[in-house]
Design a protein around this ligand. Structure first.
Ligand SMILES: Cc1cc2nc3c(=O)[nH]c(=O)nc-3n(C[C@H](O)[C@H](O)[C@H](O)COP(=O)(O)OP(=O)(O)OC[C@H]3O[C@@H](n4cnc5c(N)ncnc54)[C@H](O)[C@@H]3O)c2cc1C
Length: 247
């Protein structure tokens, strides 16, 4: 049974028609960057719950969730409509192993996200450990339209803070956008375009990779990385690829 406690909505920022960020206040237990919580609302006498990654670093008290309104989804349209002062249920204890604790040592850390899966990386990148452990960090964020590139202010602040360490490569699949690669991450991985753009090679000797979001991206990217010699990271057999599926 989940340990549900009430959370108060402090703000609901709408980035565009569907993408939104909830700021919540609740008395939750400490969590690790990269982990997720569960949010729930009671609907027709049933508690409907879904998983959401923390966007805030663990050092910040206010909880932040970055989500999209899924057309015909059960919970996300209701979360999208929440306003300051509303209440939602949250689990007191965090879940998940998509954290730096689970990522073996490496020289370069590659972070691949589709859409809202940017969230856990923002949490990780706003804590100090990642910058101590990796010489270079490549953040690859794939979206459909330029309007889906949320959190640019936070990303630019990180680029300014770590100009020699952080490389950010957005992908926008459905329209040409300056500074972003057009098309799919998997194609740019396959033909070497991504490595050329960021000026780094993906290799078992140097790279650790985290993949988060759309299960098709996670699966297809893993297949390409396997061909480069990178293996799935397991506790019993440390490798190079750590994953989280959003559905
Ligand atoms: C570990 C984990 C962490 C997650 N973290 C987040 C998060 O931080 N932000 C977030 O928006 N979602 C996140 N999700 C997905 C979230 O739990 C819900 O599935 C999502 O909000 C849809 O719920 P729903 O009830 O509205 O839709 P449902 O009626 O449950 O429909 C589910 C369908 O919605 C689609 N879908 C689900 N999530 C997404 C998404 N993020 N982007 C696009 N399409 C999606 C898929 O087609 C899926 O089959 C996470 C899931 C997991 C397992």
């Amino acid at each position: 049974m989940a340990d549900w406690i009430p959370a108060t909505v402090v703000a609901n920022r709408h980035w565009n028609n569907d993408l939104f960020s909830l700021t919540l206040e609740a008395n939750i237990e400490p969590f690790k960057a990269g982990q997720f919580t569960k949010l729930a609302l009671d609907m027709d006498g049933k508690r409907v719950q879904r998983a959401y990654s923390f966007v805030n670093p663990s050092t910040e008290n206010q909880i932040e969730i970055y989500a999209t309104r899924v057309a015909d989804g059960l919970l996300s349209p209701r979360l999208h409509a929440l306003e300051a002062g509303d209440e939602v249920y949250i689990t007191a204890r965090a879940n998940g192993f998509f954290t730096l604790d689970e990522v073996p040592e490496g020289r370069h850390l590659w972070l691949f996200a589709t859409g809202t899966a940017l969230g856990p990386y923002l949490s990780i990148l706003r804590e100090s450990e990642v910058w101590r452990r990796f010489r270079k960090i490549v953040l690859v964020h794939a979206v459909r339209y330029s309007a889906d590139l949320s959190y640019q202010g936070e990303i630019n602040a990180l680029k300014n803070q770590y100009p020699d360490q952080l490389v950010v490569q957005p992908f926008v699949s459905r329209e040409p956008v300056q500074g972003a690669l057009n098309g799919r991450v998997t194609h740019a991985l396959q033909d070497g375009q991504l490595e050329r753009m960021v000026g780094l090679k993906l290799s078992p000797a140097e790279s650790q990779v985290m993949l988060c979001g759309n299960p098709a991206m996670v699966k297809d990217t893993q297949t390409i990385l396997h061909k480069k010699g990178l293996e799935k990271n397991l506790r019993r057999a440390p490798g190079h690829i750590t994953t989280e599926h959003y559905w």
